[in-house]
Ligand binder design. Structure first.
Ligand code: 13P
Length: 337
């Protein structure tokens, strides 16, 4: 069994396994209030708590969601909210066998001494916040930091990102939350795919070095990597097969098989691209569950379909289920367009 003790170890392993279950992945709806405001503005709605609640209610009460979704990452506000009928969102999720999760980082700020790069806030007070989130029903956490290829990345920025993720992961496990480890390597730039591979290998090497140094239990974490692709402004796009080949090469070189699940972010890919890339990665057996933790690639059509109108809720929920099912099939390597 696992080396590090701690009262939550068994539960952590169980939570991670539940989230990494065949044919299921994560619905990420943990947009901060600022980001939620941008999404609502795109369909002409004001950024009020009422509108955020209505939108999250639409997503989380979708009938049949639990067939394809094993976990949902919430923003703090949503963790404490209920449906308009008074049922806690946490209970709505549990009734569908979906594990509630919580975004715990406090966002990015400039990193002094770096090449215009940023670092991620949120370690102060994290232990007590995590204990509170556990009491509220959360069983996993997410911390997103970023690495920019056009900005370098500098050795300082990579080290800071890796160390912050490792501290967060140890604190989460200590409080019963499975940490999702997310160093997002941004798509920005005109670099070729080989350059992304090189940076991703460097970042994940440091992340695992510090995870080990902080005695994090690898069986009780999940990863949220970016797929290895060319920069968004690179002259040629890569095919799903090429993206799968590079991404799996990187993961096999850097990620121990003890890690139960790899839950990719969509990072600005279109809905269909994100599905096709995931499908390509599941064409042969992998040492880990390879799945999704998409926000935009699950929500874009839903938002457009909803438009803030009660009469569109059913259609918007059907749109969510279509994307969720497509990604479920892609997780199983059985998607066809
Ligand atoms: P996207 O899938 O939109 O990139 O979001 C990823 C994320 O970190 C949300 O939790």
């Amino acid at each position: 069994s696992v080396v590090r003790a701690g009262s939550y170890t068994d539960e952590l392993l169980k939570t991670a396994k539940t989230i990494a279950s065949p044919g299921r992945g994560i619905l990420a709806i943990d947009e901060s209030n600022a980001t939620a405001g941008k999404r609502l503005a795109s369909i002409g709605l004001d950024n009020t708590e009422e509108n955020r609640q209505a939108y999250r209610q639409l997503l989380l009460t979708t009938p049949g969601l639990g067939d394809y979704i094993s976990g949902s990452i919430l923003f703090e506000e949503t963790l404490y909210q209920s449906t308009t009928d008074g049922k806690k969102f946490v209970d709505v999720l549990r009734d569908q066998n979906i594990v509630p999760g919580i975004k715990v980082d406090k966002g990015l700020v400039p990193l002094p001494g770096s090449n215009n790069e940023s670092w991620c806030q949120g370690l102060d007070g994290l232990a007590s916040r995590s204990a509170e989130y556990y009491k509220q029903g959360a069983r996993f956490a997410k911390w997103r930091t970023v690495v920019s290829i056009p900005c370098g990345p500098s050795a300082l920025a990579v080290k800071e990102a890796a160390w912050g993720l490792a501290r967060y992961a140890a604190i989460s496990q200590d409080n019963g939350l499975v940490p999702i480890v997310e160093p997002e390597i941004l798509l920005d730039g005109d670099h070729p795919i080989e350059r992304t591979l090189e940076v991703a290998e460097r970042v994940w090497a440091e992340v695992f070095y510090y995870l080990a140094e902080n005695n994090v239990v690898f069986e009780g974490i999940l990863l949220k990597p970016s797929m290895v692709t060319p920069g968004a402004e690179h002259k040629e796009k890569a095919s799903p097969d090429t993206i799968a080949k590079y991404t799996l090469t990187m993961l096999k070189r850097r990620v121990p098989p003890a890690v139960p699940g790899i839950m990719f972010l969509s990072g600005g890919q279109s809905e269909v691209e994100a599905t096709l890339n995931l499908h390509a990665m599941n064409q042969s057996p992998n040492p880990w569950h390879v799945s999704f933790s998409y926000a935009r690639a699950l929500q874009n059509t839903v938002l457009k379909t909803w438009q803030g109108r009660p009469e569109n809720v059913d259609a918007a929920q059907r749109a969510l289920l279509i994307r969720a099912k497509a990604n479920s099939l892609a997780q199983l390597g059985k998607y066809s367009a």
